[in-house]
Design a protein around this ligand. Structure first.
Ligand code: UDP
Ligand code: MG
Length: 315
């Protein structure tokens, strides 16, 4: 019998977890597959870990890894991929925004059609602040234009995949992880399943607007080198422009005998170019910061507790 592993990153989800578990159990027990839950407690400050421990005492399908602190959803997903044993793996949020009821359909597609993974995307962003939707849409437009990795608008991390894909993800050991980019980068044949946005069942979102904004910038820097070339293009443009201006000034002085006045305009130009240089330096700085973190080779996560034999506690 084939086995499915459900990877569930949890950060302060004590309210949502029991609801999630009940719903997932309803779906999984009806399926003709072996299965396991792998809950990753991402350093929660509430009772999440005790809730998970309780599940695991009653149900042998429940495995868990508890981090020593909050490492973020990306690290939690990575820990999941490193420790699952199933033929299929799927990442799901603990708040039921990734409905388990879609799983049977996703499995059927993988079994009957030539695909390696079934990914999901939200077709609507119902229930989301308009400003957030606007920036999210812009983000997908920009990153798809400047990166050669395809990232689908509205794509969720909710994705069922075959073992080969899991192994490929684990083999990508970069520290600055951006899963939506990684999924696209490794390739494989992906079926896109659309569904209406569902609001979280309990608890609060862990993402403030600015956290999301920083995450989006991270995604761009991790999967595109285009911002780096901005500096060169600005530089080239400026040089061309100033050369033309120089010709104009020489022309006015020699032919029309008209001395060019105006220190104010000069100061403006100096400030403008100074700002531009700092901006470009900042972009380069962002990349250097990433390189710096990568070269440290720090682990992605550190686990403090687990009920899996031979769990990878530090990776
Ligand atoms: N999450 C996590 N670590 C974090 C933040 C979030 O493991 O630092 C988990 C969270 O428990 C949830 C999933 O990632 O299962 C998605 O988080 P959330 O629902 O807050 O994000 P949203 O759906 O609002 O984008
Ligand atoms: Mg959510």
């Amino acid at each position: 019998m084939k086995k499915i592993s459900l990877i569930i990153p949890c950060y302060n989800e004590e309210e949502a977890l029991p609801i999630f578990y009940k719903e997932a159990e309803r779906v999984m027990s009806a399926l003709d597959y072996d299965y396991e839950y792998l809950f990753i407690d991402d350093g929660s400050r509430d009772g999440t870990l005790s809730v998970i421990r309780e599940f695991s005492q009653k149900d042998a399908h429940v495995k868990y890894i508890a981090f020593s602190r909050n490492f973020g959803k990306e690290a939690a997903m990575f820990a999941g991929f490193c420790n699952v044993s199933g033929d299929y793996a799927v990442v799901m949020d603990a708040d039921l925004q990734d409905p388990p009821s879609l799983l049977p359909k996703m499995l059927e597609i993988l079994e009957t059609q030539p695909y390696d993974s079934v990914a999901t995307r939200r077709v609507s962003r119902k229930g989301e602040p308009p400003l957030r939707s606007f920036f999210a849409r812009k983000f997908y437009q920009i990153i798809n234009r400047i990166s050669d990795t395809d990232i689908m608008d509205g794509a969720r991390d909710f994705r069922l995949m075959k073992r080969e894909m899991v192994d490929a993800i684990v083999s990508m050991c970069e520290r600055n992880r951006f899963s939506k980019g990684i999924f696209g980068w490794i390739g494989f044949r992906t079926y896109w399943l659309s569904y209406e946005n569902v609001e979280r069942v309990a608890g609060n979102t862990k993402w403030s607007f600015w956290k999301l904004f920083a995450y989006a910038l991270d995604g761009i820097i991790n999967f595109s080198q285009a911002p780096l070339s901005i500096a060169s293009w600005f530089g080239l443009g400026m040089t061309g422009f100033s050369f033309i201006m120089l010709l104009v000034i020489v022309f006015r002085r020699l032919i029309m005998g008209d001395p060019v006045a105006g220190w104010a305009s000069t100061v403006c130009v100096i400030i403008f170019i100074g700002g531009l240089q700092l901006f470009c330096l900042g972009i380069i700085g962002q990349y250097i910061a990433k390189i710096y973190m990568e070269t440290k080779q720090r682990p992605h996560y550190i686990a403090a507790e687990s009920n899996i034999d031979n769990a990878k506690m530090i990776k």
